[in-house]
Write a protein of this length. Sequence first.
Length: 314
Amino acid sequence: MNLQQFRFVRETIRRNFNLTEAANNLFTSQPGVSKAILEFEDELGVQIFERYGKRIKGLTKPGVAVAQVIDRIMREIDNLKKVSDDFARRDEGSMVIACTHTQARYVLPKVIPAFRALFPKVHLSLAEGSPPQLAEMVLSGHADLAIATESLALTPGLATIPCYSWGHAVVVRPDHPLAELARDSSFVLSLDHLSDYPVVTYDRAFSGRRSMDDAFQRQGIKPDIVLEAIDADVIKTYVDVGMGIGIIAGVAFEPLRDSHLVRIPAEHLFGEQTTRIAIKSGVFLRDYVYTLIGMLAPDLDAAQVKTLLDSKAS
C-alpha cells in the first residue's frame, strides 16, 4: 500500500464517491483511480466501497474504519509538512480564514493590519460563507481556521475557543416612532415594541438568529419578518429605505458610518452571543496562526491559546 492509494480513497469519499470528480481533482485518470482502489482493497483483503455495477455507492462497514485510519494518516503527513515549513520559514507562508460577513467586515479589520505588521510575508485569504460552510472548509483543509457565532462548537472534529461576546441592537430611521421613544433615557425596548413593526434581520443561519426566534417564541409573539439577509450592511440599507426596523449584531453598528440611523440596545432581549474560533482537531498550526488567534481572543496569549486548543483536540 502507498500514499497515492490513500489519496485516491480519501478524495473519492470527499467527492461523494464520484470517481470522475476525484480523478479530475487529483489531475489523473478515472480508470487509474479505480484500478488503484481495487488493488488497495485486494491488498487489505476487505472491500472498502459498496458498488452497484461499476458505480461506487458508499462505504462498507470495514470501509468506514479504513477511511478513518486514512484520514488520520494523511492529517499527520500534512502535519509533517507544516512542521518542516514552520521551522524553515517561520515568518512567511499563507493562511485562509473562513468567516461570516460580519467578521470580515467589522471584526477582522481591527486585527489584520496589526497582524500584517508582525508577519508581512504571510499571505492572507478570507473565505466567506454560512457557519456550516465555514466548518466544512476547516474540516476539509480548505481553511486554517473559522470564525462564527453558530455551529462551530457543535461540529465534530473541530476544536474551538471563545473569541468575544456581543449582543443585538435594533436600528431604525431617525423619523421612526421607536427613535422618538429611545430619546427618553428611561425607555427600555421590549419585544412588544418590535412586534408592532415589520422586521428586517438575518437569515436563520447567521448572527444569533436562533436566539432571536427563541425569544419571540417564548413570549408567544410572531414577528413580521419581511426580509432576511446574510449581512448587516444589507439589513441597514433596507431599513434606510423604509422597509422596517432592523435587528443586527451590535458590533455591526458604526456610529460614524451609520449616522443616518438610530441604534437602540437590544442585548437584554436576545441574550449574550459568543463568537468562536475553530480549527480542525489534531492539525499542526504555524506559530503565526496561533498569534492571529491570540489577537482575536485578546484575553488569551498565544501560549494559552495553543494549550487550550491542544487540550480540546486531544
